[in-house]
Structures are given as structure tokens and as C-alpha cells.
Ligand binder design. Structure first.
Ligand SMILES: *Cc1c(COP(=O)(O)O)cnc(C)c1O
Length: 455
């Protein structure tokens, strides 16, 4: 019987998982190799060494089921972990649904999202290998502020290329990065060839994560070995670090004497969705459960629901290795929606494989429906979610309403991956009726997909 008394489920510091969970042994088939952009041959660890410390490269290709979380990382995690799991009782009541809705809340981290779960270990492994400077990109600024915080903790200099539309929409995320000591550039910038090439084509470019990645990777490649690169999503090692979320949630659902029928998360590059869902995918495989997994993405940048599953570049200019993933085409520039963290043309290769194999489902939503869901959530549960996280809220609402229609119980678990306290300009636009929906940009996507590399 599910617990009928409690609203939140907490774990002690001692109960915090001591290992990350690697989904690779539980995949229905092995991951596809990463290819060199020139030779189109599989890359080895050595090819990635200019970009990442070796410890992270080894995690990227690891087939071990569990990987130990270093003690120094656990010590920092303990500041906000284990994070709470809530039963959304007032939301359930407002919806008048027979469904039981649970959410894991990652907005309790200092940066306000799940991103520090990987920023801290990434900074730690870089520090271990003597790296003094890390260059990265950020969309809405959640990742940039998380890495800036981790850099401050480990004494590493952080430089961030921030997507221009978000730089203008979210100036206080920039201030936050600067407060932690990072330097921040609006991307596209005139600091790199990649940025200058984009500006020459379109001086008013809003930027995109793909462009900002090109700028950051170019800066690292031309730094003469002085800086490393870091990515806040997409890559296997990033998703690995986020699995602490789902492992905690497994313990917390057991406390609640309940188990999810469906696990929901939003997907930009796939890291928070992987974080909540991968440990449950492992459980489903081990125990033969029929748990459903739903990834929620924006209609204007729908890589899982409309992308092709093919080899493509991770960045816009074509400088990164080729990975097999769901992609809208590497040079597709998504419309300037407020969920800046979801404006990415591609998707994590692990998530893409799981979607292609039918293990996970995907849904796409318009941004006004996201804000509508977030306001209902805020009015009932009190937390104003980030626009990105609102896609998961909306996904959970849909599941709960469907359960109501069918008159059946359904246990829903979703990841509330961040609060929206730096996104009030977006809420303001919605409340004043100025927020627009962008139709799915079918022609721009088709054109970008036609320019994808032939592998
Ligand atoms: C970065 C971010 C996202 C998108 O990235 P994922 O890797 O898909 O999780 C979503 N929500 C928030 C709050 C973020 O900071």
C-alpha cells in the first residue's frame, strides 16, 4: 500500500549513493562508435585527450555497471544531496485525478538545477589532472553558472560562451557566473573564427548551443594545451553523473511504498532525463517491469520526435566528432524560445539509442502550454519551475489527466530539474500575453538535414 501520510521523502547523507549507475550494460544493444570528423573512423581515447581529462574519457567509454563517486565529490554533493522527493498532493487534488504524482526536486542545488551534479565531478577530475582553465558554452545559463561555481570551489578558471538570446533574456544568470569569477561572452562572438563566420552570414544571429559549442571547442583547440573543454549534457559521462538522481529516487519511492508506472523528464541534451530514468530502466530490465519512460521536448526544437537517427556533428560548424543521435541537422538554428536549455539540434547518443529501440517515448509541447502547466504547478505546489523543467511538468499533467479519463490509478514520477527564479522575464512575457508559440520549423529542419555529413 502506498504511504498516505507523507508529502516528502528524505534520505540521510549516509544513504546517498556512493556510485554512479552506468546504463551501458543494460542497453538493448551496444552503443554506436564515435567517429573522427575527417577520417570517419572510430575515435580512440587519445583523440579526445586534447579536450577532456583522461578520467572523464575513460568514463565516457566505460562498460562497468557502477562507477565510484570520489569522496571529495560526495562531500560537495552533501550540501544539497540527497535531494527531496515530493508527493504532489495539492496538484493531484487540483487535477482531481486518481493518479499519484511524485517529483524529484533538483532546484535545491546552489545553482538551482541538476547541473552541479556533473559540474562538480568534471571540475574535480580536471583539477586532479592539473588543468587550470576550462572553456564551455551555456544556453540559458544553468550549466555555465554550475560550472562557474564548481570552478570557484576547485580553483579553476572558467570561460563561458553564452547563447546570445539567453544572454539578453537572462542577464542575471550572466551576473551569477561573473559573481563566481567566470568570464562570459555572448555567442556568436567575434573572438573566434566560428563566431565571425556566423556573424558574417547573419549579424543578428540569436545564437544556438551548437554555435556556442563551436566557439568553445575552437578556443580550446587554439589554446596551445592551456585549457580543456567541458560539456554540460549529451555525453555519456555527463549522463552517468546525473544518475545519482534516479538512484536516490528509487530509494525514496521504496520509502513511499510505491513504484512509478511512468517516469517523465524534459530533454535538451538528455542529462536530467537520463538522471531520473536510467536507474529505473535498469530495474525494469532486471525485474521484467513494464515501466514507461517519457521524454518531453519543445515543439520548436523536437529532436526526438522529428529528428533523424543518424551520424551528425555535435556543434554547428562541424568541428566535433560525429555521433549517432537524433538530430535536426547540425546547422539548424532553433527559434528563440525561453527554454534556452532545450535549444539543441541533437540529443544524447544513449537516449537516442533507447528511443530508437523503443525503450523510451517522446512528446513535444508548445511553450505557452509549458507556462500554463508551470503556473498550475506554482499555484498548487508553490515552486515556479524553470521553463525547461515545465516540459516535464506538462508531461506529468498529461499522464495524470489521461489516468483520470480512463478512471485508473497511475503512478507518475517526474524530474523537476530546476527552479525558474532567473526566468521571471519569461513568466512576465507569458502573464502579459506576449509569449508566442513557434510552429515546428519543418522547412528549416529539412534544409539543415540535407546538409548533414554522409557517413
Ligand atoms: C540544462 C538544463 C536542461 C536541459 O539539459 P538536459 O541535459 O536535457 O537536462 C533542462 N532543464 C534545466 C533546468 C537545465 O538547466
Amino acid at each position: 500500500m502506498p504511504d498516505t501520510r507523507h508529502t516528502k521523502y528524505l534520505l540521510s547523507e549516509d544513504e546517498m549513493p556512493k556510485t554512479w549507475y552506468n546504463v551501458v550494460p543494460d542497453l538493448p544493444r551496444p552503443p554506436e562508435p564515435v567517429l573522427h570528423p575527417g577520417t570517419k573512423q572510430p575515435v580512440g581515447p587519445g583523440d579526445l585527450a586534447p579536450l577532456f581529462p583522461m578520467a572523464l574519457i575513460l568514463q565516457e567509454v566505460s562498460g562497468d555497471q557502477y562507477i565510484e563517486i570520489p569522496e571529495a565529490v560526495r562531500d560537495i554533493y552533501k550540501q544539497w544531496r540527497p535531494s527531496p522527493l515530493f508527493r504532489a498532493r495539492r496538484l493531484e487534488k487540483a487535477l482531481d485525478t486518481p493518479a499519484r504524482i511524485y517529483y524529484k526536486y533538483e532546484g535545491v542545488s546552489p545553482a538551482g538545477s541538476h547541473k552541479p551534479n556533473t559540474a562538480v565531478p568534471q571540475a574535480y577530475y580536471n583539477k586532479q589532472e592539473g588543468v587550470t582553465k576550462i572553456i564551455t558554452e551555456t544556453g540559458a545559463g544553468q550549466w555555465g553558472s554550475s560550472l562557474a561555481m564548481a570552478g570557484a570551489m576547485f580553483g579553476i578558471e572558467i570561460e563561458v560562451f553564452m547563447v546570445k538570446v539567453s544572454y539578453n533574456q537572462k542577464p542575471y544568470r550572466r551576473s551569477m557566473m561573473q559573481a563566481y569569477g567566470a568570464s562570459v561572452h555572448a555567442s556568436p562572438s567575434d573572438l573566434t573564427q566560428a563566431g565571425r563566420a556566423i556573424l558574417a552570414q547573419d549579424p543578428d544571429s540569436t545564437g544556438s548551443l551548437g554555435i556556442a559549442i563551436s566557439e568553445a571547442v575552437e578556443m580550446v583547440a587554439t589554446s596551445g594545451g592551456k585549457a580543456k573543454y567541458s560539456l554540460g549534457s549529451v555525453l555519456n559521462h555527463v549522463l552517468l553523473h546525473q544518475t545519482i538522481i534516479g538512484q536516490e529516487a528509487l530509494l525514496q519511492m521504496a520509502q513511499a511504498d510505491d513504484y512509478p508506472d511512468v517516469v517523465v523528464g524534459c530533454t535538451g541534451g538528455g542529462s536530467n532525463f537520463a538522471g531520473i530514468s536510467f536507474p529505473f530502466i535498469g530495474e525494469a530490465r532486471k525485474k521484467g517491469l513494464n515501466t514507461r519512460f517519457v521524454a518531453a521536448e519543445p515543439m520548436s526544437c523536437p529532436s526526438l520526435t522529428k529528428g533523424v537517427y543518424a551520424y551528425d556533428f555535435g556543434d554547428t560548424l562541424g568541428m566535433t566528432p560525429l555521433v549517432k543521435m537524433h538530430t535536426l541537422g547540425h546547422d539548424f538554428i532553433p527559434p528563440g524560445i525561453h527554454a534556452g536549455g532545450l535549444r539543441y539540434h541533437g540529443m544524447s547518443p544513449l537516449i537516442s539509442l533507447l528511443h530508437d529501440a523503443g525503450v523510451i517515448e517522446a512528446k513535444a509541447y508548445h511553450q505557452t502550454s509549458i507556462f500554463e502547466a508551470n503556473l498550475l504547478f506554482g499555484k498548487t505546489e508553490g515552486i515556479l519551475p524553470a521553463p525547461e523543467a515545465g516540459h516535464a511538468v506538462k508531461g506529468a499533467l498529461d499522464e495524470a489527466l489521461q489516468a483520470k479519463e480512463e478512471g485508473k490509478e497511475r503512478v507518475i514520477l517526474f524530474n523537476l530539474c530546476g527552479h525558474g527564479h532567473f526566468d521571471m522575464a519569461a513568466y512576465d512575457a507569458y502573464l502579459s500575453g506576449k509569449l508566442e508559440d513557434y510552429e515546428y520549423p519543418a522547412e528549416a529542419v529539412a534544409a539543415a538535414q540535407a546538409r548533414m555529413p554522409v557517413v
